[in-house]
Design a binder for this molecule. Structure first.
Ligand code: PMT
Length: 404
């Protein structure tokens, strides 16, 4: 039963393998379930099925080329509009090109031009499927969050028997359905995220800052947007992001406090991943402090604890997520912050560990809730950490649901 397909935009990519004929049945199944299906065929796919077949069954004519399409940039339109992209069958060549970012045909260009979930269904001979290069590319794609529907064992082209047969249509359709369900599990919610490190001025040119790059906060904001939330991002870092995200640039802890306070009451979920400075200079010199005047004595004071303030006035049903950046006794300190700041979840990262925390593309976290450790996520891309954090939010909401 396809419950999440109705009204959704699905790009169906077909590459050149004997299993291409099965994409016809998949296309029909998706259209019958109410999806809008935009088909793409590689040049090699034409050797196995005719484009007319897919054009007739899908919701729009098949796309076969970057150059002969009605749209001058078909890949960006297809990629940006897609709720999910499925490639069935995916050949070793398409898998390799996608893993390497070689956008030389309309299918791979579309895969690279999307932020939608991708479901990849490999099909090839056993020797090819087991080849280290194919497995390596599959692992690269898996680590980026691509959903792989593993090939099955059975009869292959030429009468051989082994692993490499395209997964059956039921399995592929159900993977698409799950990807769509997961991809919109925050629909209707307002999510407020903070990112980056605040900068506290010492004088007209100098600041007290920290190493936060904003990558973790942006990844959370983007994952929430992808999952259907209305997202506001309060950030000290200027990075390109989705047009749908409302970005509020800030600099100091006070700026962040103000921006967060303005939006907190209307937010269902608040994720404080920013590294807010704990201290700031009591006095800010209006001009540049002169070296010739000697080494200045800078007296510090505490900044407002934004998260503790949010915890103190948390409204019914609102979910408050904090981060804990620690260098020792990770779980003890994180647990303490969870309780002291009245949080629902805390994401603890040991920022002294290799590849973890500030500035890296990767992170490793333990997510704690009221009942203790909920999830430990080993070193991985910050986008995966973002997905895990929001999965915990969704789980928490479903546990609190009155219908439970
Ligand atoms: O930005 P990246 O380079 O991707 O790095 C990600 C990160 C390391 C910044 C992120 O993973 C992280 O750990 N963020 C929290 C950093 C932090 O300030 O931790 P903390 O343990 O000092 O603070 C605990 C919580 O209180 C945090 O949610 C923080 O946002 C909040 N806080 C802290 C101080 C303050 N004055 N106000 C606050 O709201």
């Amino acid at each position: 039963m396809l419950e999440n397909v109705q009204g959704r935009n699905i790009v169906l990519g077909v590459s050149g393998g004997i299993a291409a004929y099965k994409s016809v049945e998949l296309c029909r199944r998706l259209v019958d379930a109410g999806a809008y299906v935009a088909p793409i065929m590689t040049e090699d796919a034409h050797r196995f099925i005719g484009p007319v077949t897919l054009s007739a069954l899908a919701s729009e004519p098949v796309h076969t080329s970057l150059w002969d399409d009605a749209s001058p940039i078909p890949h960006t339109r297809l990629g940006q509009n897609a709720d999910v992209i499925v490639v069935a069958p995916a050949t070793a060549r398409v898998i390799a090109a996608y893993a390497m970012g070689l956008s030389h045909d309309v299918l791979v260009a579309t895969l690279i031009a999307t932020r939608a979930p991708v479901v990849l269904c490999p099909a090839m001979h056993t020797e090819m499927w087991e080849h280290p290069s194919v497995q390596h590319n599959i692992e690269i794609l898996r680590s980026r969050g691509v959903i792989i529907v593993e090939p099955q064992s059975g009869r292959l082209a030429g009468g051989d028997i082994g692993t490499g047969r395209l997964a059956d249509t039921d399995s592929i359709a159900s993977a698409i359905d799950s990807a769509l369900a997961a991809s919109h599990d925050l629909a209707g919610l307002s999510v407020l995220v903070t990112a980056g490190g605040t900068r506290e001025p010492i004088d007209a040119v100098r600041v007290i800052a920290n190493r936060s790059s904003g990558k973790q906060g942006y990844a959370i904001a983007e994952n929430a947007a992808r999952r259907g939330a209305t997202v506001t991002l309060v950030t000290t870092i200027d990075r390109p992001t989705f047009a749908s995200i409302t970005v509020i640039p800030v600099e100091t802890a006070d700026d962040m406090l103000h921006a967060v306070t303005c939006h907190s009451d209307s937010s269902d979920v608040i994720v404080m991943s920013a590294a807010v400075a704990d201290f700031r200079p009591v006095l800010r010199s209006a001009g540049k402090i002169k070296k010739a005047d000697g080494v200045p004595e800078i007296v510090l004071e505490k900044t407002p604890d934004i998260l503790a303030g949010l915890g103190a006035r948390k409204r019914e049903g609102q979910i408050l997520v904090g981060f804990a950046a620690e260098t020792d006794d990770l779980l003890v300190h994180a647990q303490d912050k969870l309780v002291r700041k009245n949080l629902d979840l805390i994401v603890a990262n040991d920022v002294s560990a290799e590849g973890v925390g500030f500035s890296h593309d990767t992170n490793a976290v333990t997510i704690l809730g009221a009942s203790g450790v909920l999830q430990t996520v080993a070193l991985t891309d910050k986008h995966h950490i973002a997905a895990a954090v929001l999965d915990s939010v969704v789980e928490l909401r479903s546990n609190h649901s009155p219908h439970k």
